[in-house]
Ligand binder design. Structure first.
Ligand code: UDP
Length: 385
């Protein structure tokens, strides 16, 4: 360590930690960042592999309608013009996502928006009243045919429970459109940082001191009082040794494979919507960058031969100690989280932040936006100005 004492200890070198560290440094504060993993950038970490930026913790596509956030990230990276248009494979047929005229046309042979709407209306009639769960919500949005083919299997694999036992809110993330528009997101801005997310986050940290492979618990035991204040981006229940109970998550498992091909699946993201297929999707990373390397040339291996990397994404039950990906924001967990927040108010010199600290299913832009609030509260700096 460069110093015996710091103004801030930031625990976690992901997006939240990077936004905070950058602002604190510019405000003249001294900052030490510690990170349990052997790399920075948290779950947005990309690893350069034979000219391809491999998204090690699943596909991350930056999209936002928050202008200050878009302006902010563009200070640290140039974004390419990637637009996410995933496709879904069900029983040998490819459907466009999100649910749009291409999907409806393939499913029902309809051509016009009126024809599609008539089909949806006919099928959604089975739901009367306000949808009470994900299944009812999905049927009332797109009808039973699409629910059965494209929602049910995928969702039940992803969340490990029946669609009737899941909140309607999960499916409301997905747009439903009566246009032939395959863009997965409705946001104003979208893209992938050129050179990879890791480089963008490294630019955010700049010369901030970051200690990798450093667990908070043992570190703080050895260095009590290292900083005046702590920004803690890990899990809040873990911090308190699960004394009030354990917050639940869904986890994921990734299997990455090298294949000697220029173009293995023709798209960055292919969802596998059948329940019987154990993975939910396959990512072919090079398509996030139009199959070009950082020099703008077609990706080839060292001998000039075809190469690609794919990653199968398997949903997984979460057990304490596993990688926590998605918070399970049900009533029990939300209430328990609030009790931890109350508990944390007894500790005046620590703030819980980020996806894990805030127990939120954040997209990257919402994560950065929440970090802007943290910066405002903690440092009095308005990054939205
Ligand atoms: N979903 C679905 N079929 C798909 C893709 C998504 O039913 O082919 C549903 C599923 O319930 C999922 C939710 O939409 O949990 C949100 O999907 P999104 O792609 O936004 O999830 P993420 O990429 O954050 O895992």
């Amino acid at each position: 360590m460069n110093q015996a004492h710091y103004d801030y200890l930031v625990v976690g070198a992901g997006l939240t930690g990077a936004v905070f560290a950058d602002a604190a440094k510019k405000a003249g504060k001294s900052v030490l960042v510690i990170e349990a993993r052997d790399h920075i950038a948290g779950n947005v970490y990309t690893e350069p592999t034979e000219g391809i930026h491999v998204h090690k913790y699943g596909a991350h596509i930056f999209h936002t309608s928050l202008e200050p956030v878009w302006r902010y990230v563009n200070r640290f990276a140039e974004f390419n013009n990637y637009v996410n248009c995933p496709v879904a494979l069900y029983k040998g047929t490819i459907y466009n996502m999100p649910f749009n005229m291409n999907t409806f046309s393939k499913m029902w042979g309809v051509v016009t928006p009126d024809e599609a709407l008539a089909k949806i209306n006919e099928q959604r009639a089975e739901i009367t009243g306000e949808p009470q769960n994900l299944e009812e919500q999905a049927i009332s949005l797109v009808g039973r045919d699409i629910f059965e083919a494209l929602v049910k299997g995928y969702t039940e694999k992803q969340w490990g429970r029946d669609c009737k036992d899941l909140p309607a809110s999960i499916i409301k993330r997905l747009p439903v459109r009566l246009t032939y528009d395959n863009n997965y997101f409705n946001d104003r801005w979208q893209g992938i940082p050129m050179g990879g997310y890791t480089k963008m986050v490294a630019n955010m940290f700049g010369d901030t001191e970051v200690l990798l492979n450093t667990e908070y618990r043992s570190f703080i035991a050895e260095h009590p009082g290292i900083a005046d204040r702590t920004i803690y981006c890990g899990t809040i229940d873990g911090f308190y040794d699960f004394e009030l109970g354990t917050l639940e998550y869904r986890s994921l498992r990734f299997e990455t494979e090298r294949i000697a091909s220029d173009n293995w699946q023709g798209n960055a993201v292919v969802n596998y919507n059948e329940r019987e297929v154990p993975w939910t999707r396959i990512i072919e990373h090079k398509h996030f960058e139009f199959c070009l390397n950082d020099q703008g040339e077609p990706v080839k291996d060292a001998e000039g031969k075809p190469v690609t990397y794919i990653t199968r994404e398997y949903p997984a039950d979460w057990h304490p100690g596993d990688e926590p990906y998605y918070p399970l924001n049900n009533e029990r967990n939300s209430e328990l989280y609030q009790r931890y927040v109350e508990r944390s108010k007894q500790d005046g010199d620590i703030v819980f932040a980020g996806r894990l600290g805030g127990y939120q299913y954040y997209d990257m832009d919402k994560c950065i936006d929440a970090a802007f609030d943290l910066v405002k509260n903690e440092l009095g700096i308005d990054l939205r100005a």
